[in-house]
Design a protein around this ligand. Structure first.
Ligand code: SAM
Length: 447
């Protein structure tokens, strides 16, 4: 593997660390997943744990994720191990009744991790500026199955109204992607110092846009998957020069080869392949002070009334949420965050609000796909159609099932007790309601 000399020059590490990194970049990538703690499954029980994550596991060989119905059911997320370190920061914050913004969130690795760490009384707003990627983010959070989530598709600058609003903001910044050199060899060819400089400017712009949205003393978490000085340490120094920030300390599991760096008092944690078991990753957390005002309700549209749906109250267990009718769809969402929901509807472009139940058409409800994944769905309220792996794959391919089950109307297709989506019996026919956009295309029957 030949690495650009300029890339090597920009590395702020000792000669030994550099050599270990170069070695690490030439070895095979490590494969890991994180289990969804809200879904029951006994998968990966015997696999090695990721030290800095409760539900993270290394797996020996890359499985055929697309051919695994349990992957489609949201029982686990394929996430590289170093990124799971974010959990250590989240564990050090009391997230009860707190609002967390994940600003650069697609495809959703860190959002699903944040959600796993959030108590029910907390709310996650996961945002993505690139439209196509925002739908992937929504899909992954739908499958994760929690209702204390909003997904928005906005530019960071669109959050300018939200002064002093979020208790925690994660900026997992778009970066030059050096941490991906091992997984994606093209990333090496695409690397240039010019691009590093561009990324660096963009990161500062994103940070400047979003810092005023933090509450006084709120926690900013900044992360990248790069190694170079400019996108990591220099940005920390820039934050220090321009804002009132203070290092946020949290426990780190020692002896795992994590390099702790210090940028004028702010600490950063660097993960290098070759030193740690995972890909390249950098993270720093800080408290931000210097209050810059409060969210102002826009005058124009002050009167936003959210109507409550009076329909079936028997859909969920352990769920005190309200069912809101928004643009003809019914959404199950925590009432405690109703004001925040209004602000989001006023100022942002939400593409997921809590858990969408469905639409009521002429007194009949058409259930939404995301409802089938809800961790709080009262499954007894529906006919469950437990299927084999072969039938599960057929369902995910949007093909007809081999046998038509004895159900009256709506049924939940379930594989090893994990719902995959809806079917509906109409006469003697069974309609497959798996969304066409998600259908798996190749023939994945068998392993
Ligand atoms: N947090 C994600 C995860 O863990 O799955 C990965 C995020 S990736 C490192 C950075 C994201 O920032 C990408 O989804 C990218 O589309 C988005 N992005 C690109 N340009 C941006 C900008 N100017 N402002 C905000 N986000 C941007």
């Amino acid at each position: 593997m030949s690495l650009p000399q300029k890339f090597l020059d920009l590395l702020p590490f000792s000669e030994e660390e550099k050599l270990r990194l170069i070695d690490g970049l030439q070895s095979d990538p490590v494969i890991s997943i994180r289990k969804n703690p809200f879904k029951q499954n006994d998968l990966f029980e015997n696999e090695e744990k990721v030290v800095w994550s409760k539900h993270g596991k290394y797996i020996q060989k890359r499985p055929n994720f697309t051919g695994d119905p349990l992957f489609h059911a949201g029982t686990y997320y394929a996430q590289e191990a170093s990124s799971m370190f974010l959990e250590q920061v989240l564990e050090a914050i009391d997230l009860s009744n707190k609002v967390v913004l994940d600003l650069c969130a697609a495809p959703g690795g860190k959002s699903t991790l944040i959600n796993a760490c959030l108590p029910k009384s907390g709310l996650l707003i996961a945002n993505e500026v690139v439209k196509s990627r925002s739908w992937i983010l929504k899909e992954n959070l739908d499958k994760w199955g929690s209702s204390n989530v909003i997904v928005t598709h906005n530019d960071p600058v669109d959050f300018e109204q939200f002064l002093g609003f979020f208790n925690v903001v994660l900026v997992d910044a778009p970066c030059s992607g050096e941490g991906m050199f091992r997984k994606d060899k093209n990333a090496i060819n695409e690397w240039s110092e010019k691009n590093v400089d561009l990324c660096c400017k963009r990161q500062k712009r994103i940070l400047a846009d979003i810092i005023p949205t933090l509450t006084e003393g709120g926690v900013l978490i900044y992360s990248t998957c790069t190694f170079n000085d400019k996108e990591n340490l220099e940005n920390l120094l820039w934050l220090q020069e321009n804002y009132e920030v203070e290092n946020f300390s949290f426990k780190i599991p020692c002896n795992e080869g994590i390099i702790e760096v210090n940028a004028g008092g702010l600490k950063g944690y660097q993960f290098l392949p070759g030193l740690t078991k995972g890909e390249g990753f950098f993270l720093s957390a800080m408290r931000v002070y210097g209050g810059r005002g409060k969210y102002k309700v826009p005058k124009r549209i002050r009167k936003l009334r959210l109507n409550e749906w009076e329909g079936n109250s028997n859909l969920f267990i352990n769920n005190d949420n309200k069912n809101y009718i928004i643009n003809e769809s019914i959404h199950n969402f925590p009432e405690q965050f109703e004001d925040i929901l209004k602000s989001v509807l006023w100022d942002l472009n939400p593409i997921k609000i809590g858990c969408e139940i469905g639409q009521e058409i002429k007194g009949k409800i058409k259930y939404s796909h995301e409802l089938s994944f809800s961790n709080e769905l009262k499954k007894e309220a529906f006919d469950i159609v437990e299927v084999s792996k072969e039938e599960a794959i057929k369902y995910l391919q949007k093909k007809d099932l081999i046998s038509v089950p004895e159900i009256k109307s709506w049924g939940l297709i379930s594989y090893r007790k994990q719902p995959l989506g809806w079917v509906k019996k109409v006469g003697n026919r069974l309609n497959n309601y798996y969304p066409k956009v998600f259908r798996i295309r190749k023939d994945f029957i068998g392993d």
